[in-house]
Design a binder for this molecule. Structure first.
Ligand code: FRU
Length: 528
C-alpha cells in the first residue's frame, strides 16, 4: 500500500509533467519528470531493463524533502518515466529518502537500500540537522514497500566518535558467498575526518559493522571534507572505488568545491580490505557529481553521474520546469592504470547525417574553404580568425575532432572550438598544446552567476605536432568532452538559447584539424 504522500507525488507528477514539452528537455539525457533532480540512485538492471532512480523534489525546481524519482530504459538513452518510487512518509525517513542503491534478491524481488532522514536539531541559522539511518524498501520494479524493520542501521552501529548526522548513501552488493556488503559515507562528530564504512549483512535486513574501509586522514593527501555516494566494483582485474566529496581544495588534479574521484586498487572480500594504489579525478569539467555504476548484462560496467554540481546550482534558466540532469552513460575500463570513460556504444545508433572535413587548416592565413565568420572572444581574447564549416552546427550532436599543428616546424599556441554560438554567446573548448591543457569555458554562455564557469584538464598531446583527439557530445543544454580514448572527460551544462547553434573554430598559430559531425536523433523521452 503506498502512502498518501507517495500517492500525492505520483498524482502531481502525472499532471505536472504535461507542461513540459519534449523540446524543452535534452533528447537523451535523463531529466526529472518534473521539478528537481540530484544524485542517481539505485542504478540497476532488473526485469530485462535498466532502472534509474534519482533524488527528486517534484514540487519545485530546488532541493526539498527528497523522494526517489524513477525511470527505465532498454538502452540508457531512451527513457520512460515510472511513478515516483519512494516518498518521505515513515517514522524512519519523514524528512527525506536520501541516496542509495539497489540489488536483486534471490527470490527475484528488487531491493532499494537508502538513507532515511529525520530532522532532530535546528541550528542557529535555521538549517536542520537530520539523523541519518539506512533503510530498505522491496518491490517489483514499480511499487516498493518499506520494511517494518526500518531503520536497519542507525547510530548504534557506528564506531565511537562518528556523527549520526553524516552517515549516508549506502552502496550494497552481494558477494560470491551470498552475503551482502554495504559501504556508507560518514564523518567524525567534530567534522575533522571523513570516511567510508563497511558493513556486512547476512541478508539485506541484518547488518553489522565490519571495518573502516577508507579514511581520509590516512591518505597521503586527504581529499575534501565529507565523502558521499560510494560505489565499488571489479574492473579489468582490479577494483575501482568511485567517490564524491564536498569541500575539496584545488591541487592540480582536483578543482575546488564538490567533486568526484576514483581510486584503483585491490579489495579482499574476506577481510574487507581495500588498498588503493592510484587516484584521479573522474570528471574535470564543471558539472558532474555523485556518480553510480551498473553492470550491464553483457559485462560492461556503465557509469553516469548527476551532470550538475552543488556549487553551481544557481546556474539555471529563468522559470525552468525541470532542473538537473544525468550525464551520458559511460562505459568504463582501466587502461594505462587510469580510469577511461567512453559514451555507451548505443549512442552510435542515434548518429545521423555525417558531415566530415579532413585536413582543414586554420590560423595565420586560413586556407580552409569554409566561410570566415568574423571574430569573437572574451575581453581577454586575442583576435583570432574564426571559421565555420558548412553543415557543422547544432545543439544535439556527436563531434569527433583531431587537432594538430599544421606543420612540424610551426607550433600553434591555441585552438578553440566554440559551441552554442550566436552573435553574443559561446561556450569554448580551448586546447593549449604547449601547456598540455584542455579548458572548458562557459563564461559567455549567458550564465548570470560568477560561480565556477571555467575548468581544465591536463592532457597528453601526441608527437611533435601536439596532436589531440576529442569527442564532444552535445545535447541541448550540455557538452561532454572525451579526450583521446576517454582518459579524461570534462562535462558542463549551459542554458544558452537553442537558436545559438553555431559551432566555430579558431586558432592562434597554424593548426590542422579533421572533423566528423553527426546529428543525434532519437525518439523523445516517453511517459507512462
Ligand atoms: C550528494 C548528496 C548525498 C545525499 C543526497 C541528498 O549529492 O548530498 O550525500 O544522500 O545528496 O539529496
Amino acid at each position: 500500500m503506498s502512502s498518501q504522500r507517495l500517492q500525492e507525488a505520483r498524482a502531481y507528477e502525472m499532471r505536472a509533467d504535461r507542461e513540459i514539452c519534449p523540446e524543452e528537455r535534452p533528447v537523451f539525457h535523463l531529466t526529472p519528470r518534473i521539478g528537481w533532480m540530484n544524485d542517481p540512485n539505485g542504478f540497476s538492471y532488473y526485469g530485462g531493463q535498466y532502472h534509474l532512480f534519482y533524488q527528486y523534489h517534484p514540487y519545485s525546481t530546488v532541493w526539498g524533502p527528497m523522494h526517489w524519482g524513477h525511470a527505465v530504459s532498454k538502452d540508457l538513452l531512451h527513457w520512460t518515466y515510472l511513478p515516483a518510487a519512494l516518498a518521505p512518509d515513515t517514522d524512519a525517513d519523514m524528512d527525506g529518502c536520501f541516496s542509495g542503491s539497489a540489488v536483486t534478491l534471490a527470490d527475484g524481488r528488487h531491493a532499494l537500500i537508502y538513507t532515511g532522514v529525520v530532522n532532530e536539531v535546528t541550528l542557529q541559522d535555521g538549517c536542520k540537522r537530520g539523523r541519518q539511518t539506512q533503510c530498505l524498501a522491496i518491490g517489483d520494479g514499480v511499487d516498493y514497500a518499506k520494511s517494518d524493520r526500518n531503520p536497519l542501521l542507525d547510530s548504534a552501529a557506528l564506531p565511537v566518535g562518528i556523527s549520526r548526522y553524516d552517515f549516508r548513501d549506502p552502496k550494497v552488493w552481494q558477494e560470491a558467498d551470498g552475503t551482502y556488503r554495504m559501504l556508507c559515507a560518514a564523518r567524525t562528530e567534530d567534522g575533522a575526518d571523513t570516511m567510508y564504512l563497511l558493513f556486512r549483512g547476512r541478508d539485506v535486513e541484518h547488518w553489522d559493522y565490519e571495518r573502516m574501509f577508507l579514511r581520509n586522514s590516512e591518505l597521503e593527501q586527504p581529499i575534501g571534507r565529507m565523502y558521499e555516494c560510494p560505489d565499488l566494483f571489479a574492473l579489468d582485474g582490479q577494483y575501482v572505488l568511485l567517490a564524491s566529496s564536498q569541500d575539496m581544495t584545488a591541487d592540480g588534479e582536483y578543482a575546488a568545491g564538490n567533486g568526484t574521484f576514483c581510486m584503483i586498487g585491490s579489495y579482499d572480500m574476506a577481510t574487507g580490505t581495500f588498498v588503493p594504489t592510484f587516484h584521479q579525478n573522474v570528471d574535470y569539467g564543471i558539472d558532474f557529481y555523485a556518480e553510480q555504476s551498473v553492470l550491464a548484462p553483457d559485462g560492461r560496467r556503465i557509469m553516469l553521474g548527476w551532470m550538475q554540481n552543488w556549487d553551481t546550482i544557481q546556474h539555471r534558466p529563468d522559470n525552468c520546469k525541470w532542473y538537473g540532469q544525468m550525464s551520458v552513460p559511460r562505459e568504463l575500463s582501466i587502461r594505462n592504470g587510469r580510469l577511461y570513460q567512453w559514451p555507451i556504444r548505443e549512442l552510435e545508433a542515434m548518429r545521423r547525417n555525417p558531415v566530415s572535413y579532413q585536413g582543414a587548416t586554420i590560423g595565420g592565413s586560413a586556407t580552409c574553404d569554409a566561410a570566415d565568420a568574423g571574430m569573437h572572444g572574451g575581453s581577454d581574447a586575442l583576435i583570432e580568425p574564426i571559421t565555420e564549416l558548412d553543415g557543422i552546427r547544432g545543439r544535439v550532436a556527436d563531434l569527433e575532432i583531431e587537432i594538430a599543428a599544421a606543420t612540424q616546424q610551426e607550433p600553434f599556441e591555441r585552438f578553440t572550438i566554440g559551441l552554442a554560438v550566436d552573435d553574443t554567446h559561446h561556450t569554448d573548448v580551448i586546447y593549449l598544446p604547449e601547456e598540455s591543457l584542455l579548458i572548458v569555458d562557459r563564461r559567455h554562455s549567458g550564465v548570470r552567476r560568477a560561480l565556477a564557469n571555467v575548468s581544465s584538464a591536463r592532457v597528453s598531446p601526441q608527437g611533435e605536432t601536439r596532436a589531440i583527439r576529442l569527442r564532444i557530445i552535445l545535447d541541448r543544454y550540455s557538452a561532454e568532452i572525451f579526450v583521446g580514448d576517454g582518459e579524461q572527460v570534462l562535462s558542463t551544462t549551459f542554458y544558452t538559447e537553442q537558436t545559438a547553434d553555431r559551432i566555430t573554430f579558431s586558432a592562434r598559430g597554424m593548426a590542422q584539424f579533421h572533423i566528423v559531425k553527426y546529428d543525434l536523433a532519437g525518439s523523445l523521452q516517453g511517459m507512462r
